[in-house]
Design a protein around this ligand. Structure first.
Ligand code: PMP
Length: 434
């Protein structure tokens, strides 16, 4: 056991400040990270690796992009926090709306958890109803009402999935299987008058990447509109990453190309990319809903560090650098990587399925078809994933330390990086056969 882990465990529960960092999904001892630049991350032992975690999403431009770092430095010299409005936060909110029209009004917060928690409070206030529908396998942060993921059957009444969440907090959360249209329609038929909101990841990325079945998001939107409920689209992970306007933008472009009117979410949550690696997240949506927030309306929400000037500087610089060309580059890298990795596995007879939503993807070992529900996802071979994780890490590739996560690429990943990742996966696949 390394000294780092001893020290960490003697002060931080599990040695970490967020559970997945403890490598529970793959086993072994994480070595602390010392620095990260571009596509590379370097641990405290001085080992440099190609990083496919990207801080779980924010590092869309690669780590420590010089222009983002310069913007942060400049902002820091002007003061770290004012607890008052700045021009930069207005500009960031405007930029979000410019690229993502359903965000008619925007409130900046510091974490995705705050954004989804506030969205739910707003939906309940606006509808005067209590019940929240969520889908098994979708993660929306760790607020009590959303820490309910378990459940089988058509519409399982929520039971707490984390100790410390009261039955009361969980009881108003209905958990449905993802992508299951009859289950959703039935839930509205049975509980429609009590449903305040349906919350869904725009494309699920927290059970590995699941491409939403054609028409599923539209069905949520239609049912919500017809039944007076609020559709909350969680783009914390996918926003400005799955495509230039998140996953919603991918579906919108598809609809427009087919001559169909796009559907729109009522509320939408962002995080990760919009902070470029510093704590910025946001809630956006229909003006009439958003203007129920304090100080205009009765729904309270606040934050000492909301719209923090240094964090906003990182987000604004990142968003400005995220041109359509940069998005195209990330998409091309994701294509090359997923095609190469999947091809290398297939050539070596390793059963796997690819989950793909825009530039986001993950590899499900041991499955033949891309899964849709959490139940299908959980049939993957997590032990094989753990072996692959450690084998490629020894060769300088940092995969996410769990089979239930997306592989994140950035604009800084080069063709040589892609080739190296493919070669290490191929070498692991060879070793599995011998
Ligand atoms: N929603 C989604 C879809 C997420 O992926 C995450 C974080 N992984 C969150 C919400 C919560 O965001 P945060 O960790 O910033 O609280």
């Amino acid at each position: 056991m390394s000294t780092y882990s001893d020290r960490a465990r003697a002060i931080l529960p599990g040695g970490v400040n967020s559970p997945v960092r403890a490598w529970n999904g793959v086993g072994g001892e994480p070595v602390p990270i010392a620095s990260a630049h571009g596509s590379r991350i370097t641990d405290a032992d001085g080992r440099e690796m190609i990083d496919l975690v990207a801080s779980w999403g924010p590092a869309m431009l690669g780590h420590a992009h010089p222009e983002v770092v310069a913007a942060v430095q400049a902002a820091a010299t002007r003061g770290l926090s004012f607890g008052a409005t700045t021009e930069a936060e207005v500009e960031l909110a405007e930029l979000i709306r410019e690229r993502y029209a359903p965000a008619e009004r925007v409130r900046l917060v510091s974490t995705g958890t705050e954004a989804t928690m506030t969205a739910i409070r707003l939906a309940r206030a606006a509808t005067g109803r209590d019940v929240i529908v969520k889908f098994a396998g979708c993660y929306h942060g760790h607020s009590d009402a959303l820490l309910v993921a378990a459940g089988s059957g058509l519409a399982t009444a929520g039971v707490p999935d984390s100790a410390g969440v009261t039955r009361g907090a969980a009881a108003d959360t209905l958990v449905l299987p993802y992508g299951d249209e009859p289950a959703l329609t039935d839930a509205f038929a049975e509980h429609g008058a009590r449903i305040a909101a349906v919350i869904t990841e725009a494309a699920p990325c927290n059970m590995g990447v699941v491409r939403p079945p054609e028409g599923f998001n539209r069905l949520i939107s239609t049912l919500c509109r017809n039944e007076g409920a609020v559709m909350i689209l969680d783009e914390v992970l996918t926003g400005f990453r799955a495509g230039p306007a998140g996953w919603w933008g991918v579906e919108r472009d598809h609809d427009l190309a087919a001559g169909v009117d796009p559907w729109t979410p009522d509320l939408v949550t962002f995080g990760k990319v919009i902070g470029g690696g510093l704590p910025v997240a946001a809630l956006g949506g229909r003006r009439d809903l958003m203007e129920r927030l304090a100080p205009l309306g009765p729904v309270y929400q606040a934050g000492t560090l909301s719209g923090n000037p240094v964090a906003v500087a990182a987000g604004l610089a990142t968003m400005r650098l995220l041109t359509p060309e940069v998005h195209d580059r990330v998409a091309a890298t994701a294509d090359a990587l997923v095609t190469g990795v999947s091809g290398a596995l297939a050539e070596r007879g390793i059963a796997h399925a690819v989950g793909r939503a825009g530039t986001l993807f993950s590899i499900f070992l041991g499955l033949d078809d891309a899964p849709v529900t959490f139940e299908e996802v959980s049939r993957q071979d997590t032990a094989a994933f753990a072996r692959m994780f450690h084998a490629v890490r020894r060769e300088g590739v940092a995969l996410p330390p769990s089979a239930y996560e997306a592989w994140f690429v950035s604009a800084a990943h080069t063709a040589a990086d892609v080739d190296h990742v493919i070669a290490t996966v191929a070498a692991w696949a060879d070793s599995e056969r011998t």
